[in-house]
Design a protein around this ligand. Structure first.
Ligand code: NDP
Length: 303
């Protein structure tokens, strides 16, 4: 039994289920109009974790009625072969989203592959045009994990305007886009990283702390202002009491008594990532339809 008051828990599983229900409903409407959104998922090699991620993405896509097109390629696939496939998927009108599962084998230039994906089909939001568009505050495809975090924050905090958010970690996948999205939501944003000085003091100023580091229980209670809202992106496997289990970057048990709300690990941010991949697939379709018919008004909003 959970000894902690459940009101404080930000339930990512429940929110992800709501997002998936929204997506399913939108897909149904699209299909009634004769359009079935399609998501191409490309996996190169046999990395065990990547295989699990891809299987989950494909399953969830099918559950909401999105056609999933799986491309499993051998580990020795050349860069040229991968570029040829992406070119084909870019031109395929039945493919609205393209996801290339990372990491790619060492002999393949990841940046070059991500840049080859059409920005309008870039459901991971990693193409430079989308990264730049986010920095400029334009409506573009944005990375799934930070987009999911924004939804959790909006549900937990309501109005984000004027809140001071500290983002711990500055990766291209989580930290940087998270900071950009918070800025777009009118937060005051501080980014901290491995070279920042006095991290606990910086974090203690925050109304919102987003932890995306990859260090188990790095953030203790003394890092948090009473009443802060904490989003823990970290997923770390640790051995404890002879058992292996997942923990976040925040010391959950220590933090809980003093925060206003916090995401658990697992069951917090994790489920939101796939939900936002599928939401992004619909957004991508919408952007493609807008590009084909610029006179048409957009019908989906990013987060
Ligand atoms: P990266 O390793 O790419 O980035 C980690 C960041 O943390 C870097 O910016 C690094 O700083 C910073 N950092 C490292 N050590 C410290 C420290 N002691 N103090 C402050 N900052 C530090 O990781 P990702 O962003 O890809 O992922 C972060 C975590 O989130 C991981 O646990 C990952 O598994 C998880 N994750 C979860 C997802 C989900 O769906 N829930 C999706 C993606 C990631 P510097 O730049 O200076 O090196």
């Amino acid at each position: 039994m959970n000894a902690f008051p459940s009101l404080k828990l930000i339930d990512g599983k429940a929110t992800a289920a709501r997002v998936l229900a929204e997506v399913r409903e939108q897909v149904q409407t699209l299909r009634q109009g004769g359009v079935q959104p399609g998501l191409a998922v490309v996996l190169v090699g046999a990395d065990a974790a990547s295989q699990v991620y891809v299987r989950n993405k494909v399953l969830r896509a099918e559950e909401v009625g999105i056609r999933s097109l799986e491309h499993r390629l051998p580990a020795d696939t050349t860069q040229a072969q991968l570029l040829t496939l992406i070119d084909r998927l870019n031109r395929d009108s039945e493919v609205n989203g393209i996801l290339v599962q990372l990491p790619l084998p060492q002999h393949v230039d990841e940046h070059c592959i991500l840049q080859a994906i059409s920005p309008l089909k870039d459901v991971d939001g990693f193409h430079s045009e989308n990264v730049g568009g986010l920095a400029q505050g334009r409506d573009v495809l944005t990375p799934c994990t930070p987009s999911g975090c924004m939804r959790l924050l909006r549900d937990a905090c309501g109005e984000l305007r004027g809140k001071h958010a500290v983002v711990v970690g500055r990766s291209n996948i989580v930290g940087k886009p998270m900071a950009a999205l918070l800025l777009q939501a009118d937060c005051t944003v501080t980014m901290v990283h491995s070279q920042s000085r006095d991290l606990p003091a910086l974090c203690r100023q925050a109304d919102i702390v987003v932890a995306a580091v990859g260090k188990p229980k790095l953030i203790g209670a003394e890092w948090l202002k009473p009443g802060a809202v904490v989003i823990d992106v970290g997923i770390n496997r640790i051995e404890e009491g002879g058992h292996s289990r997942l923990v976040g970057d925040v010391d959950f048990a220590a933090a809980l008594p003093q925060v206003a709300a916090i995401t658990p690990v697992p069951g917090g941010v994790g489920p939101m990532t796939i939900a936002y991949l599928l939401k992004n697939t619909l957004l991508a379709l919408d952007l493609q339809q807008q590009a084909a018919h610029p006179e048409r008004t957009p019908c989906l909003s990013p987060c």
